[in-house]
Design a protein around this ligand. Structure first.
Ligand code: ATP
Ligand code: MG
Length: 399
């Protein structure tokens, strides 16, 4: 058995010792069968959340009413979830009530996709009631059971299917794809927050371009915030997965959609991005295709400079040129000032020097000093700046 699983075996042992069933389930089992790197390990058991809490020293309640308790072992957290069914669904959203059950099989049958519904026991043996292993082998994404029913219950599963397609490079089964086309409007019932989580994972997937094609061919995109009338080809053919942070991903997204600043802000607000992420994405997008000089580098700041440069490279060449990024970083490091406060004179200094009360002139004068310093026409030293200001005054008088 693989390393991350062997670490979690004591949890299964403890549950077994107390007479409970316990299995590895979900993404980690899928990924081990695929030979992919394993993410978080999820464990399913027939012990109730209260029992799980009582059996382990360190636990965190992250949704006991839905059956989930986090168990911490040697600093690693494991989600331990009680077998459950999700009988009643409220407005196509989350299950209204979950019923805890004692059958692993029933628990696997409530899961979204066959590839996500395979369990593994403590010996590494696979339990598969839904053909998940076969679908992993033939790289097929399909729902557990009838897709139309499963999408009726929770239509976010449509987005999840395309998100896994993006991460794994699999294909949708015909039935699943047809049901999506037919029922795509159900996605309108899902909260933006839930859609955003899947969209961000989708864009960061290695096969994001195929996934975007599927969003378009199934018309799912029409149910996503702000996308109904926005699609264009540049936006589709972009390797978002080569970017790093979500600010870069959203920055590239709004740039390639061709949105201006105001449109980008309202688009990202529709997606309910945090203010910080929104601002960063908009700033990054603004500098894509920029002709850089010292002043623009100063304005943008290092992070925005490097992020927007990366997007520009990917847009035109589909690859990142690390040597160019290194060179840009060196140019940035060499700037004589990185922020206005780094200037050797402040607004107060200027007021004292000019013997003038505060006013709009301060910002204007600081801006021209900043410009001259950034262009290396002026040394960033108080006396040098004062001499330069006097020389400017004299030039103005002579003109
Ligand atoms: P990741 O590597 O992104 O964490 P994952 O497969 O673990 O992938 P999660 O979103 O963490 O995905 O969900 C854990 C498991 O819970 C899934 O593998 C699936 O079995 C089940 N699951 C998650 N969301 C749903 C849903 N909306 N409907 C049914 N089952 C779901
Ligand atoms: Mg997971």
């Amino acid at each position: 058995m693989n390393e991350p699983f062997t670490h979690a075996i004591p949890i299964l042992h403890t549950l077994h010792e107390h007479g409970y069933q316990a299995y590895f389930v979900g993404g980690a089992v899928r990924d081990v069968l695929l030979g992919r790197e394993i993410g978080d390990i999820d464990i399913a058991t027939d012990a109730t959340p209260d029992v799980v809490e009582s059996l382990f020293d360190k636990t965190v309640d992250v949704g006991k009413e839905h059956g989930t308790v986090i168990v911490l072992l040697d600093g690693v957290s494991y989600e331990v979830t009680t077998f459950r069914t999700e009988s009643e669904y409220e407005d196509f959203r989350r299950p209204k009530e979950v019923a805890f059950i004692s059958s692993l099989k029933e628990d696997l049958l409530r899961r979204d996709l066959t590839i996500n519904a395979v369990a593994m026991d403590i010996h590494g043996d696979i339990i598969d009631h839904v053909g998940g292993k076969r679908d992993i082998k033939r790289r097929r994404i399909q729902t557990v059971g009838d897709p139309a029913c499963r999408f009726q219950e929770d239509s976010l599963r449509m987005m999840r299917a395309v998100r896994f397609l993006s991460q794994l490079g699999f294909e949708l089964s015909k039935e699943t794809e047809e049901a999506m086309k037919k029922d795509k409007h159900l996605l309108a019932n899902i909260s933006v927050e839930r859609k955003k989580i899947e969209m961000e994972k989708l864009l960061k997937g290695r096969y994001c371009e195929q996934a975007i094609k599927v969003l378009i061919s199934t018309k799912l995109y029409e149910e996503l915030p702000g996308l109904k009338d926005q699609l264009n080809e540049t936006f589709q053919a972009f390797p978002y997965y080569l970017l790093d942070g979500l600010d870069e991903v959203w920055g590239a997204f709004i740039h390639l959609l061709g949105l201006d600043e105001a449109e980008a802000v309202s688009f990202l607000k529709e997606w309910k991005l945090s203010t910080k992420l929104l601002k960063e994405a908009v700033a990054i997008s603004k500098y894509v295709d920029c002709d850089w000089d010292a002043e623009k580098m100063f304005e943008a700041g290092e992070h925005v400079l490097l992020s927007s440069m990366k997007i520009t490279q990917l847009k035109h060449e589909r690859r990142i040129f690390f040597d160019e990024l290194e060179a840009a970083k060196r140019s940035y490091d060499a700037l004589p000032i990185k922020q206005l406060q780094d200037l050797a004179v402040s607004g107060k200094d200027l007021m004292a020097f000019r013997q003038k009360p505060a006013g709009k002139w301060i910002a204007e004068e600081l801006a021209s000093v900043k410009k001259a310093v950034l262009q290396n026409q002026l040394e960033n030293r108080k006396e040098a700046i004062e001499e330069w200001l006097i020389a400017c005054d004299q030039r103005l008088e002579n003109d």
